[in-house]
Write a protein of this length. Structure first.
Lengths: 466, 177
């Protein structure tokens, strides 16, 4: 076991969670030492989302992404067309090598001393490298390439990486959620890797701890009616277009399915989930504000129904719902939203929305405009979330407030395992099962000396604490 | 500038345009949002692109495309009307309690006059003060197309907002610029 940085007093980190009462100490959200430890124990080890291959279609294309508090260069090589990711920090003195958000590069030259890297991260030159008054040609360039991620995965177009060579494969990391993620990256007619993502990332800052949105919103149906009252009162659902299934009662024959909040305590993933009990797909039932969009999706859904005529659709979040990949990525059937920690009290929200590669212009525009008016700091819906997530932090941070606990016991003890997704706890849609699962996994990471202690590298590990 | 306009006409026009822009700012600050909405043309296009950090000279990449990419705003009067309905519910939490906004409009510059349509550039500084100590500043430029209107003097037909931000630093942008 590594030494956990003690927060205040002498309690071990486990003492900050009370599985019996179903509570988590606020200290875990407001303490800078805990934050530093999270960056080491969690963000250095987990598979993290970087972006989508459609953002860098051509050789030499690059984008800057983030892994926790650090920037990475995600670049498509000019020769082998492979995508790789590197820490955006020059090996010489640590300067940011790239300060552009995106572009196309032959090489990356650091603006400090001209250390120069190719699109595979190799150091190919440096200022004065051959000068008899400087390096005299002795710089061992082969040893000083950019720091590359330990493992990289292009999963149906979505790009993921981990710094930890001992991390399990991406599919093992996802476990029973592998097919759910694959499903969300399909076009609406069921074609694999079927999405084009709209560039660029939507990014904005929120002054709160990353776990407030990152762990709370994995499933939080009890917030909707109160937090989003204004959207309902202003009738923004009804006449502004809604992507996502809605009123099931309108279907002549309701498609047999069940909705849950689910949490995988060993892997930390979870969220909203629909289990389908019949082959095929439910009848198309969205209503888009923009003309002609429903026709496109209705036809695509019919093609998908043919594709899945003999197959049950993978479980995934439903309607506007989502499931979430540990530590901080929310996935919908058209969109990824994730949280990049900056400091104990600042997080940056990133969003990437997509649409079928083959969608006509009017459909692309409708989905794009929906994403613009739904997501982020100007979003109809999410702007209300931002206020609540924001003021949790200052109101939890004070000397008195931080000694209190958060209540996470909604539905505790009522969950059941289900053969459809082995190892995953199924619970009522309005429970906090997914949030509890996050903390089971969080604690495991915080206590683990290495991946050897963690499921699924350690197959026998049981991280469930409640 | 159209050559045949005489100087006095242009001074008067510039004054009228300024009065329109200042009134617009005042209505926003006085929370008279529905009256502000009346100043907008039915076919308004309200656009705020995102701004990328790009290599010197790659200026075509700096602003996100209106046709292809994600923008902060890219919408019409119908969507803005929905935003105002939401702001007027009294339960839109990032504006409850409401902010103290002060829109300052300056550097008004007539670009062209064609028939009843006037292109005008200006700058905005929007100060937001909220609760006890929540402060945000939105600073940037606008490229507007106004159309003469018998009732309101002008109506806003097109507005490009060039906000001096890359990552949106405030958690919410809940006013109009």
């Amino acid at each position: 076991m590594v030494a956990i940085i003690r927060a205040r007093g002498d309690r071990s980190i486990r003492d900050y969670i009370d599985p019996e009462r179903g509570t988590v100490s606020r200290e875990l959200y407001v303490n800078p030492d805990i934050f530093e430890q999270e960056m080491e124990q969690i963000f250095q080890r987990c598979w993290l989302f970087l972006g989508h291959e459609s953002q860098i279609p051509n050789p030499g294309d690059f984008i800057i992404s983030r892994m926790g508090t650090e920037e990475v260069i995600v670049v498509r090589d000019r020769k082998d067309n492979q995508i790789r990711a590197f820490l955006n920090s020059c090996r010489h003195r640590g300067m940011k090598v790239v300060r552009y958000d995106q572009g196309n590069a032959l090489i990356f030259t650091c603006p400090f001393h001209a250390w120069t890297y190719d699109t595979t991260g190799r150091l190919v030159g440096a200022g004065f490298q051959h000068s008899p008054e400087a390096y005299c040609g002795t710089l061992p360039k082969e040893q000083w390439g950019l720091a590359e991620v330990a493992q990289f995965k292009n999963f149906y177009g979505s790009l993921w990486a981990t710094w930890d060579p001992k991390a399990p494969s991406f599919e093992e990391y996802l476990g029973p959620f592998t097919e759910s993620l694959r499903h969300c990256l399909q076009a609406s007619d069921g074609t694999d890797a079927g999405l084009d993502m709209f560039t660029p990332f939507q990014r904005h800052r929120l002054p709160t701890n990353w776990k407030v949105p990152g762990f709370t919103s994995v499933t939080d149906l009890t917030h909707t009616a109160m937090t989003h009252r204004s959207a309902a009162a202003a009738r923004l659902h009804q006449d502004r277009g809604s992507k996502g299934g809605r009123d099931r009662a309108r279907q002549a024959t309701p498609f047999p399915m069940s909705k849950y909040a689910i949490g995988d305590h060993n892997l930390g993933h979870g969220g909203m989930c629909t289990l389908y009990h019949q082959n095929g797909v439910p009848e198309y039932e969205e209503e888009w504000y923009e003309a002609g969009v429903d026709d496109y999706f209705r036809e695509a859904t019919a093609r998908k129904a043919e594709l899945l005529a003999d197959k049950i659709m993978a479980p995934h979040g439903w309607g506007g719902g989502h499931f979430a990949i540990f530590p901080s990525v929310m996935v919908d059937s058209w969109r990824l939203r994730w949280w990049q920690p900056h400091s104990v009290g600042v997080v940056e929200r990133w969003t990437l929305s997509g649409v079928d590669k083959t969608a006509p212009k009017h459909v692309r525009d409708a989905v794009r405009h929906y994403s613009e008016r739904f997501n982020g700091p100007v979003g109809f819906f999410e702007s209300d979330d931002m206020e609540n997530w924001n003021y949790v932090f200052p109101a939890s941070q004070g000397a008195r407030a931080r000694k209190l606990d958060y209540y996470f016991a909604n539905g505790k003890g009522l969950g059941k395992y289900n053969d459809r997704l082995p190892g995953v706890v199924f619970n009522g849609s309005y429970t906090e099962e997914a949030q509890r699962a996050r903390f089971s996994r969080w604690l495991a990471f915080m206590e683990a000396a290495s991946w050897d202690d963690l499921y699924p590298v350690n197959k026998a590990a049981d991280h469930r604490i409640w | 500038m159209v050559e045949t306009q005489n100087a006095l006409e242009m001074v008067v026009l510039r004054h009228e345009v300024e009065q329109y822009l200042f009134k617009e700012a005042r209505l926003l600050d006085e929370r008279r949002l529905e009256e502000w909405l009346d100043l907008l043309a039915e076919d308004l296009h309200y656009w705020m692109p995102m701004r990328r950090n790009v290599k010197f000279g790659d200026w075509d990449l700096e602003f996100t495309s209106m046709d292809e990419e994600i923008n902060w705003f890219d919408e019409g009067k119908d969507i803005l009307a929905g935003r105002i309905r939401q702001l007027n519910t009294g339960v839109h939490w990032p504006e409850e309690p409401v902010s103290r906004f002060e829109h300052i409009i300056s550097n008004v510059e007539l670009v062209s006059v064609e028939g009843d349509e006037i292109r005008v550039n200006s700058k905005f500084f929007c100060y937001q003060n909220r609760l006890q100590d929540e402060v945000n500043q939105f600073v940037g430029r606008r490229e507007d197309l106004l159309r003469r209107d018998p009732d309101t003097g002008f109506k806003l037909v097109f507005r490009k907002l060039i906000l001096a931000q890359n990552v949106m630093l405030p958690k919410v942008l809940n006013t109009f610029l």
